[in-house]
Design a protein around this ligand. Structure first.
Ligand code: GAP
Length: 441
């Protein structure tokens, strides 16, 4: 059996629309550039990713979760450096007015949109934060920003969490939430969008211990991606050299995935020193120190190891990684199959009565109701069994369970495995256990 991987992002965009993973935002109005809506299967996939992350990061003694507000006091962004420094260099083509990130194009080459030569404006800084007004008064003092990262909601709550949860260093705070950046050149499906979701964790440590913790978190985070089912050879580290480091970081590395557009950052692991807490202490006038009872009540500002993964990029990597085209060109045997790991697969099993006949539907409905208590399952009656298998393959359902006329005699069903396409006869009262044993959950 021959199989190939995803060749272009366009294939994924059309499968996503056809099968209900992702739709263009406000499509009936012609869409809104680079904004996407998760459909019924996309939201299941995304929720599975978020739940796996939440469990891995907060079901431990030394990490607590929060859910901070998207709007924050505007001074937050002064302190964090986003008002003064969160800029990308932007240029415009003088001929057609197309706008580019100066660091992403070659300014000596013709404009890729209109092909005019030597027509770019001088690069100028463009701040990526979205602004809006809070309240009824349109006044500069009522201006607020949509957060460009979730991290600052964690820093400003450092003392609240530490004191209410009686935490001792080292400990972390995790959250999942939306972030907004007015990207100059968004694109490549959900790789770079202006509204996206981050899953971030700040781990506060005693100064001097950051190197060890950085290594520990690097290993944990890579293993988390592998546990989602991503293939090892599609993942790599991209350590930041001295010259690429942000001014506040003493070490940083990215986890990259090989997308059809090339290698791209999926997660950043950063050693951020005491920069953020020190800045918030300075701008708020509130002490953000930790009193170390294990070290003679010494007071200091903790150092931070941050792990920051884009939820949408993690979803995109899973969609790209799962895609397989088998037996291309062989009319009878060609199929697209999404080989999701069972833990992230949107639908875990599909129950299919062979025909829409009451005597088959009754045991099928009963089995569906039983499985539904444990897993997200589908009840699928539309079209031939072959067509139903094809759809379930394309949405990555690990098992299809057929209730047929023999079921009425032997009280058993046929379970078809998505990847091997082999079939097994399993007793009706053993189906849940069969799935549980195969999945391990
Ligand atoms: N608090 C650190 C921080 O925000 P970042 O490298 O700017 O670091 C972290 O962002 C992650 O967020 C990235 O690795 C990426 O997965 C995701 N991300 C950033 N900008 C994005 C965008 N415009 N669209 C989708 N995901 C984005």
């Amino acid at each position: 059996m021959s199989e190939s991987n995803l060749k272009s992002m366009n294939e994924l965009v059309s499968l996503s629309k056809r099968r209900g993973f992702l739709f263009q935002s406000s499509e009936i109005y012609g869409g809104l550039a680079s904004c996407w809506d998760y459909g019924p299967l996309g939201v299941e996939l995304k929720n599975n990713v978020k739940n796996r992350w939440w469990k891995a990061m907060t079901f431990r003694e030394d990490v607590e979760g929060i859910d901070a507000s998207i709007f924050m006091h505007p001074t937050t962004w002064k302190a964090s450096g986003h008002i003064d420094g969160f800029n990308d260099p932007m240029v415009d083509c003088k001929a057609c007015k197309a706008r580019y990130r100066a660091d992403q194009i070659e300014l000596t080459k013709p404009c890729v949109t209109c092909k005019a030569e030597g027509q770019f404006t001088e690069p100028r800084d463009f701040n990526l934060m979205f602004k809006t007004q809070m309240g009824a008064v349109e006044d500069p003092s009522a201006m607020v920003y949509l957060r460009p990262e979730t991290a600052q909601g964690i820093f400003v709550n450092f003392l609240n969490v530490q004191s209410t949860m009686r935490k001792k260093l080292p400990f972390g705070i995790a959250q999942i939430g939306k972030a907004f950046r007015n990207e100059i050149s968004p694109g490549n499906f959900i790789f770079r969008t202006r509204e996206f979701e981050q899953m971030e964790m700040q781990f506060f440590v005693k100064p001097g211990e950051q190197k060890d913790w950085m290594e520990q978190w690097k290993e944990l985070r890579l293993n988390w991606h592998l546990g989602n089912g991503l293939r090892k050879e599609k993942l790599r580290w991209h350590p930041h050299g001295e010259n690429d480091l942000a001014h506040y970081a003493d070490a940083a590395t990215d986890i990259e995935y090989e997308f059809p557009i090339g290698w791209g950052e999926m997660e950043g692991i950063h050693s951020r020193t005491d920069f953020d807490l020190a800045q918030h202490q300075k701008f708020s006038g509130k002490k953000l120190e930790y009193v170390d009872q294990m070290d003679g009540n010494k007071k200091y500002i903790p150092y931070v190891i941050e792990t920051s993964v884009g939820c949408d990029r993690a979803v995109l990597a899973l969609l790209c990684d799962a895609y397989r085209l088998e037996n291309e060109g062989d009319k009878d045997n060609e199929r697209v199959v999404m080989k999701f790991h069972p833990s992230v697969a949107p639908i875990k099993a599909a129950v299919m009565p062979l025909m829409k006949k009451e005597n088959l539907e009754e045991p099928a409905r009963k089995l569906f109701a039983e499985l539904q208590q444990h897993y997200k399952v589908e009840y699928d009656t539309s079209g031939s069994i072959g067509k139903r298998y094809r759809r379930q393959d394309e949405i990555g359902t690990p098992f299809c369970i057929t209730v047929d006329y023999d079921t009425l005699e032997d009280h058993a069903v046929t379970i078809r495995d998505r990847d091997s396409m082999t079939q097994e006869r399993v007793a009706l009262d053993q189906v849940k256990k069969y799935i549980q044993d195969k999945f391990g959950f």
